[in-house]
Design a protein around this ligand. Structure first.
Ligand SMILES: [Zn+2]
Length: 409
């Protein structure tokens, strides 16, 4: 039975829609359709009708502006304390990554600060970041642990993520990334044993994560170690993800395909063979142009080729204090266009529907009947203005699961 009154009706917008209920590949990634002036009705948090003129308690007049799905950020390291501007200065004065690491900088300085912070401090810091992301139109975000590197501190971070997901309007998808690096105080083999025999079972038992992720890279986790950890995670119901081929061709993408990863992320140095393998798989390629930009990396992933080969591509912020302190998805869309050579259409698809599949949030990421009403209204009349007005925040209205929020969340 259709109720007489819907909760919300959005009128007079330019509504962006995409093809189908699946991750988009190849030319379909460019298949944005703009429906001019069609009403979108929302009831009980869901989109109930498109292009049907129903009555509603609240009518939002979009005045010819873009109405589109909220952004989905499929890759962040949101929970940390401390900040690394000192290191940023050192890097720009010519110090190498290893010199910075040896001068007390790098990821282990973030691990130290995060271990020292209380749960309340981490929540305080992360909530401000979530509010900021929401103000730029992010309505779903994947958040990784990984700056604890001990039983106590990884659990602390994952519990912080859980508390935030219960109290913040953004949908948070939690990922266990105990295998982000190695802690300085114990031997490598001991830490891997800890991940396998204690952390993964605990994370699973307490429902603290949906995904298990590994940083597979020379000097961090080897292919064999990554595969072992991800397979162990799978046994405990944690779906695999992997940081792969970021600094060198690490073979990590191949590991990801072998274990059936939901996504392989970074992929700057993806090999021909890995492209072939990805084409035949359901794994999403999550590209992180903010990191390439912030680290001034010269090499880029072969994005055009990947799309041509029909690999479903998503983009994310990789928000973290060392290599991408960028949390705005409109800026990431701009960087995907300007530095990775993606078209505005493909970058938008990568930041919405394809990112939904990279996070396992299939009921989000597009404006379709039955999906969650995660909708943003932008102060632009053409979606190409999202990357074109680079650095401008076009987000005017955020609707999260049918609730209208102001820009500060
Ligand atoms: Zn990352």
């Amino acid at each position: 039975m259709t109720p007489d009154m819907r909760d919300i009706k959005i009128i007079n917008g330019k509504v962006l829609t995409f093809k189908g209920r699946k991750p988009l590949r190849g030319t379909d990634m460019g298949s944005i359709e703009v429906l001019k002036g069609v009403p979108v009705c929302i009831e009980d948090g869901r989109i109930v009708s498109i292009d049907k003129d129903e009555k509603a308690r609240e009518v939002i007049d979009a005045h010819g502006k873009i109405v589109m799905p909220g952004f989905i950020d499929p890759h962040t390291h949101l929970i940390f304390a401390g900040s690394r501007e000192r290191e940023f200065g050192l890097r720009l004065s010519g110090k190498s990554y290893m010199e910075i690491r040896e001068s007390d900088g790098g990821i282990l300085s973030t691990v130290r600060a995060t271990r020292e912070a209380s749960s309340e401090e981490l929540i305080f810091l992360a909530r401000k970041r979530l509010d900021y992301a929401l103000s730029w139109g992010t309505t779903t975000i994947e958040v990784k642990s990984g700056y604890g590197l001990s039983l106590k501190d990884e659990s602390k971070i994952l519990k912080v993520i859980k508390r935030l997901s219960e109290t913040h309007p953004i949908t948070i998808v939690p990922t266990f990334l105990g295998a982000h690096d190695f802690p300085p105080e114990i031997r490598r083999e001991e830490y891997i044993e800890l991940i396998i025999s204690e952390l993964i079972p605990k994370v699973s038992r307490e429902g603290l994560a949906r995904f298990c992720d590994v940083f597979c890279e020379e000097g961090v986790y080897t292919e064999e170690e990554s595969e072992r950890i991800l397979n162990e995670g799978k046994k405990f119901g944690l779906a695999p993800k992997i940081h792969a081929d970021e600094l060198k061709s690490s073979g990590g993408c191949e590991v990801g395909i072998r274990v059936g990863a939901t996504s392989c992320d970074h992929l700057i140095y993806i090999s021909e063979r890995e492209i072939e393998l990805m084409t035949k798989s359901d794994t999403i390629a999550v590209l992180l142009p903010g990191t390439s930009f912030f680290l001034s990396l010269k090499d880029k992933p072969p994005v055009r080729k990947m799309i041509q080969m029909e690999i479903p591509v998503a983009i994310g912020s990789d928000f973290n204090p060392g290599s991408s302190p960028i949390l705005s998805m409109p800026i990431i869309i701009g960087l995907a266009c300007l530095t990775y050579g993606m078209t505005p259409q493909k970058a938008i698809v990568a930041a919405t529907i394809n990112a939904a599949y990279a996070t396992g949030e299939k009921e989000r990421g597009s404006i379709e009947e039955g999906k969650w009403a995660d909708i943003i209204i932008l102060n632009v009349d053409d979606y190409r203005k999202i990357p074109y007005w680079f650095g401008y925040n076009p987000v005017e209205v955020v609707i999260k699961e049918g609730k209208r929020l102001d820009r500060k969340g």
